[in-house]
Design a protein around this ligand. Structure first.
Ligand SMILES: *Cc1c(COP(=O)(O)O)cnc(C)c1O
Length: 467
């Protein structure tokens, strides 16, 4: 029987083989079909065989070529969802984080790790217009939104001891699905989530929000929070933060900003997002617009005391383990998570390597390229834009000939495109219509990649219309 402990030669051998696979992946990324031509049964057959009693040793790595072949190759022409292409220095940071295996529960559990995370959170908060905010990394925007709304509930309708009572939360009809999910999980009841209608730019209508609050108050219900989107997934719409903040202030509501997609654009162009610092809590996703490998969510909050009231089980946090406040610090008193991966390392390493300026420039380029793509689309009479391009999402479609079912045509274009594998896009529903949706949050995308995208769409449209 094998010992679980490897000798140094074995470890060296495995490491170099894995590094080679990573090299191959990076070198071939641009040539691979983005969506692999995999079928469910085929992949199950390759990987579903189970683990034998006797270990395979080095032969266990024989699966590496198949793993690469059946993975989605997110090169510069990947425009799907809100995701990038994993900045490689950050990927090395993730490898280091696993090897060091710091459990970032608190300073004591990993002095360097906790210090790096806190310093990076402080700096990002400052750069994002949220000076003085605290926070921590988490699994993603969904977790950050859940924590932000848990803080809202504890602040306005405390439930930790006595249980949740119905209370009303407001968000736009374009809000991400993680918001209704959080409202449900927090026991507030999805019936108490008001999905406020949006204007013709897909932004929450402040006048409708006011009316909705007034109506709930008249009916004796308790409004507790408003969620503003800083970049909706569908179209990248940014809700009017200032106006929403003043309504929230007037009614003493907790303002949570869902900036999982767009919040980090404030690094490049703060004016486009508005003042994030007006919120009580804000979600970000560094695995979206900071090009990090998944996962790397971030919640920022203004009031550490509220975070502690929400997430600390005992009052033990006040009884410091150490005299030094730095050494007494514990993330678990301010977060849902106890055992925590050293997520900050990848972001810290890659930011340190490239510098803030390079990140700002890349985000700025994404914003600019989205406008460029919109212009290219408008240059082609066969195509049309379906929504204004506010951040880096471009929603469009092929018009199709008269008499053709435009939704069906574009659905087929999407399937054809992704099956061909040269580009990858996703879809959205705009005013009830099927839209092709390209999102630019990818440091590998070049202007040439935009040309490929437009060419692919035009040729798919032409071939589908011809038959
Ligand atoms: C992606 C996204 C989320 C969810 O984030 P995950 O990291 O996928 O959990 C929430 N809100 C918005 C606006 C998003 O774009």
């Amino acid at each position: 029987m094998r010992s679980l402990e490897l000798d140094s030669a074995e470890l060296e051998d495995l490491t170099s083989e894995v590094v080679q696979a990573v090299r191959r992946w990076n070198a071939e990324l641009d040539l691979r079909p983005i969506a692999p031509a995999s079928s469910g049964p085929q992949v199950l057959d390759l990987f579903g065989g189970g683990i034998p009693e006797a270990g395979l040793g080095h032969d266990a790595l024989a699966f590496l070529p198949a793993l690469l072949e059946h993975s989605r190759a997110q090169n510069g022409r990947f425009f799907g969802y809100v995701l990038g292409s994993a900045e490689p220095v950050a990927a090395l940071g993730d490898f280091l984080a696993s090897a060091l295996n710091q459990n970032v529960t608190s300073w004591r559990s990993g002095p360097a790790a906790a210090t790096i995370e806190r310093a990076l959170v402080d700096q990002l908060a400052g750069e994002l217009g949220c000076d003085g905010f605290s926070g921590s990394f988490c699994g993603g925007g969904s977790s950050a939104n859940l924590m932000g709304l848990a803080m809202a509930r504890e602040s306005k309708c405390a439930a930790n001891e006595i249980g949740a009572r119905p209370a009303v939360v407001y968000a736009s009809s374009e809000a991400h699905m993680s918001i209704p999910k959080a409202v449900a999980l927090l026991g507030l009841g999805r019936e108490n989530l008001r999905l406020v209608s949006v204007d013709d730019r897909c932004k929450l209508r402040a006048d409708v929000l006011r009316e909705a609050i007034a109506e709930d108050l008249r009916a004796g219900r308790q409004p507790i929070a408003v969620v503003a989107s800083a970049g909706t997934v569908n179209t990248g719409a940014v809700d009017p933060l200032d106006e929403i903040a003043s309504i929230a202030r007037e009614h003493e509501l907790h303002l949570h900003v869902d900036g999982a997609y767009g919040g980090l654009a404030a690094l490049a162009d703060p004016a486009r997002i508005g003042l994030l610092g007006v919120a009580e809590t804000i979600s970000f996703d560094l695995h979206k617009w900071l090009y990090q490998p998944v996962d790397c969510g971030l919640l920022l909050f203004r009031d550490r005391d509220l975070a502690r009231r929400t997430f600390s089980y005992t009052d033990d946090y006040v009884t410091a383990f150490a005299d030094d406040p730095l050494e007494a610090f514990a993330f678990f008193e301010e977060s849902l998570e106890l055992s925590r991966r050293f997520r900050a390392l990848k972001a810290w390493l890659s930011l340190l390597y490239h510098g803030m300026r390079a990140y700002r420039a890349s985000t700025g380029e994404d914003l600019e390229r989205a406008q460029q793509l919109a212009r290219k689309i408008q240059e082609h009479a066969e195509l049309e834009l379906l929504a204004p391009v506010e951040l880096s999402v471009v929603c469009f479609r092929a018009r199709g000939d008269r008499g053709v079912n435009v939704d069906e045509l574009n659905r087929s274009i999407l399937t054809t495109l992704n099956r061909r594998g040269r580009v990858y896009i996703s879809n959205a529903t705009i005013d009830g219509s099927f839209a092709l949706r390209a999102c630019l949050t990818n440091h590998r995308t070049s202007s040439g990649d935009l040309d490929v995208l437009v060419d692919e769409v035009l040729s798919a449209a032409a071939s589908l219309t011809a038959d």
